[in-house]
Each structure stands twice: as structure tokens, then as C-alpha cells.
Design a protein around this ligand. Structure first.
Ligand SMILES: [Zn+2]
Ligand SMILES: [Zn+2]
Length: 379
């Protein structure tokens, strides 16, 4: 056995390494120094906030959900906005960013995953950017390259990105007489904060948090990360239903990218918003709960274990029956009732199925609670 069998480490990308570590160092040392010496003025604070918001929404609602996953369609002024301010994140052109991201989803936690979390926190966070891996074939993003605006961004990415990230702060600085503050706070610090907002999705959101929708992949839901990254923290849901324009699927979950897309659709600037059907989301959640409850019971030494296992399987079976009935009824369009036939109307069947589902859900929750209680009593 020789070490030649392991994949050779790709060459170092010195430009990326110098840029990422250099900006991080300037932000970490320069910001406290500047704040102590000069205090925080409104020009640099406003530049930071506006750019952070514009770039953040362009990466999440634009780069990620519009381009990489095509969860909806957007009018050209919206695409242009996302391409300009998305470039300002200095996280690559949309074509390269989406190619990496599509491979991440297709091969999550595997060797081919560019930000594979099984290689550790730092690799997934930013280590992977310090190397030059084998380029991903452009066929992965052929559909995106059909858009002339995307091709324009690809061609001038560096200039657009630098123009937004440093050019805008420079102009604001010249107009307000505070070039250093605007470049440091509105420029470098903003770039670093935007960078790590995205990087934490690839690192922490594959390590810390809950997995309510699937345990097949490492992605996790974290409300804290959702607040820091414009709603992208609900990453377990996202990896389970990547075609959904929402990441925070519940109404109350903090997801500004979802709200932006929804608002754009209300004013006619976005359309064809894709959502996973509620029944499919519920089904995924129940599968995870079922597997966890089974595991819990298998470890249990309680006298009622067998009885509880049977109850769990029965509750699961009735829930599955109601869910399948609902999914098939929702798929089927109501047919016109032929004269003389006494078949139950579609709406009535749907209503009855909803009621059966509610009852099955109540029994399911009771069973889960009891399983937990038995487990705690046996412990
Ligand atoms: Zn991920
Ligand atoms: Zn994604």
C-alpha cells in the first residue's frame, strides 16, 4: 500500500489565499484601530450597511436561489441587480459560484463536494478556496450561460466586483471627505463580513443545528445562522428540498431572501416561485421522527417496549395512509361528475382526508411523547 492511492493535493491558489487572509487581517486589526482613533462616522456606517444588505440579498436570493437552484424566474432588472451586487461579494462570478454549489448539492459529504465538511471545519469554511482543484466542467452551468447578462458578468466579473466592493466606498469617501473610513469599514470590513456569512453556511450549517427533514446528509437547520446569513441557515431543509425558493419553510422563520423573492413576485418582477408541497415536507419530517423513535425504542430496556413499538408502527402506518391519500388527491384534478353517478365529490374527499390526517397526526404526536417518556423512565 502506498500513499499514491490518495488524491494528490491540488496546487495552492496564492491569489485567493493572499486576498482572503489579507482582507481578514486588515479588517481585524484596522477596524478596532480606526474606531478608537476616529470613531464611527455616518458615511462609513451607511456604506457598510447598504452594501452588506445589497450584496447579502444578491448572494442569497440571486446567486443561490435564482441562479444556482432556479427556484424562480426573475425579470432582467432584478437579474442585473443581483449580478452586479453579487459580484461585490467577491466570491467569484455567478457561473463559477453556481458550478461549485451544484456539485456541492449533487455530491454533498463526498470527495467531489468542493466544501466537503468531512474534511473538517476549516476546509469547508475557507480552506477549499486556497487551492486550485480540477476545474468543474462548464456543462454543469450551461443553462445559466444562455443568459447574456450572466455572460456579461462572467467577462467583467473582476471589474464589477472591485467596482462595487471598493469603488463605491471610494466614491462615497471622496464625496464626504472620509476616504480611509469608507474604504476600511464600507470596503474591506464589509467584504470580510459578507465572505464569512457565506462561509459559515458551508461550515457551521453542516455541523451545528437540528436535522428535522433528513439525516441522509450533514446539512443542519440553525435559526442563529439564518439571522446572520439572510435566511440561509435553514440548511437541512434546503438540502432536502433545494428547488424550493424558501429556506425557512415555516411562516415565522427568519428568511429575508424568501420575503424578497415573494415581494418581487407581488410587484411582477419575479414569477414561477417553486415550493415543495406541504404533504411532502410533512412526510420527510415524519420519516426522520419515525427512525429516531425506533432507535430510541431499540435501546430501551423497558417492559412496555414491544407494545410501544407496535403502537409506533400502527401510528406511522395510519399517518402514511392519510398522507398518501392527500398527495394523490392533490395531484388528481377534480373530474366533472358524470350524470347519475354517486361518487363522492372531490372536495368532500379532500375534507375527509384532511380530517383523517389531523387525527393521525394527533395520535402520532401522542405516541412520540409516550416513547420519549418511556425512554426517560427506563434511563
Ligand atoms: Zn450545504
Ligand atoms: Zn443550495
Amino acid at each position: 500500500m502506498t500513499t499514491e492511492e490518495t488524491a494528490p493535493r491540488p496546487p495552492i491558489n496564492w491569489l485567493n489565499l493572499t486576498f482572503l487572509l489579507g482582507t481578514l487581517l486588515i479588517a481585524l486589526v484596522g477596524t478596532p484601530w480606526y474606531l478608537v482613533k476616529h470613531g464611527l462616522g455616518w458615511p462609513e456606517a451607511v456604506t457598510f450597511l447598504v452594501l452588506w444588505l445589497f450584496v447579502g440579498v444578491s448572494v442569497t436570493a440571486g446567486y443561490h436561489r435564482l441562479f444556482a437552484h432556479k427556484t424562480y424566474q426573475a425579470a432582467w432588472p432584478v437579474r442585473l441587480f443581483f449580478l452586479v451586487f453579487g459580484a461585490g461579494a467577491l466570491e467569484n462570478s455567478v457561473l463559477n459560484w453556481s458550478a461549485d454549489h451544484r456539485v456541492h448539492h449533487a455530491h454533498v459529504d463526498e470527495e467531489r463536494d468542493p466544501y466537503n465538511i468531512t474534511k473538517g471545519f476549516w476546509w469547508a469554511h475557507m480552506g477549499w478556496i486556497f487551492f486550485k482543484p480540477e476545474p468543474i466542467p462548464k456543462t454543469v452551468v450551461r443553462d445559466l450561460a444562455e443568459d447574456p447578462l450572466v455572460r456579461w458578468q462572467e467577462k467583467y466579473y473582476v471589474w464589477i466586483g472591485l467596482g462595487v466592493a471598493l469603488g463605491i466606498p471610494l466614491v462615497v469617501g471622496l464625496l464626504t471627505g472620509n476616504v480611509l473610513g469608507c474604504l476600511l469599514i464600507g470596503g474591506v470590513l464589509r467584504v470580510v463580513v459578507s465572505h464569512h456569512g457565506t462561509f459559515f453556511i458551508n461550515s457551521l450549517c453542516h455541523m451545528v443545528g437540528r436535522r428535522p427533514y433528513s439525516t441522509e446528509h450533514s446539512a443542519r437547520d440553525s435559526a442563529i445562522m439564518a439571522v446572520l446569513a439572510f435566511g440561509e441557515g435553514y440548511h437541512n431543509y434546503h438540502h432536502s428540498f433545494p428547488f424550493d425558493y424558501r429556506n425557512g419553510v415555516k411562516v415565522w422563520q427568519f428568511d429575508p431572501a424568501k420575503w424578497t423573492i415573494w415581494t418581487l413576485s407581488r410587484v411582477g418582477l419575479a414569477r414561477d416561485l417553486r415550493r415543495a408541497p406541504d404533504a411532502a415536507v410533512l412526510k420527510a419530517k415524519i420519516e426522520v421522527q419515525f427512525e429516531r423513535a425506533k432507535e430510541r425504542l431499540q435501546k430501551s430496556v423497558h417492559d412496555f417496549r414491544e407494545h410501544q413499538e407496535q403502537r409506533l408502527h400502527e401510528a406511522y402506518a395510519s399517518l402514511q395512509t392519510a398522507l398518501h391519500e392527500l398527495i394523490s388527491l392533490q395531484r388528481r384534478r377534480p373530474k366533472a361528475q358524470p350524470a347519475g353517478e354517486e361518487e363522492m365529490p372531490h372536495e368532500t374527499r379532500l375534507g375527509l382526508t384532511y380530517r383523517a390526517l389531523e387525527e393521525a397526526m394527533r395520535e402520532w404526536k401522542r405516541t412520540l411523547r409516550q416513547t420519549k417518556r418511556l425512554d426517560a423512565a427506563a434511563a
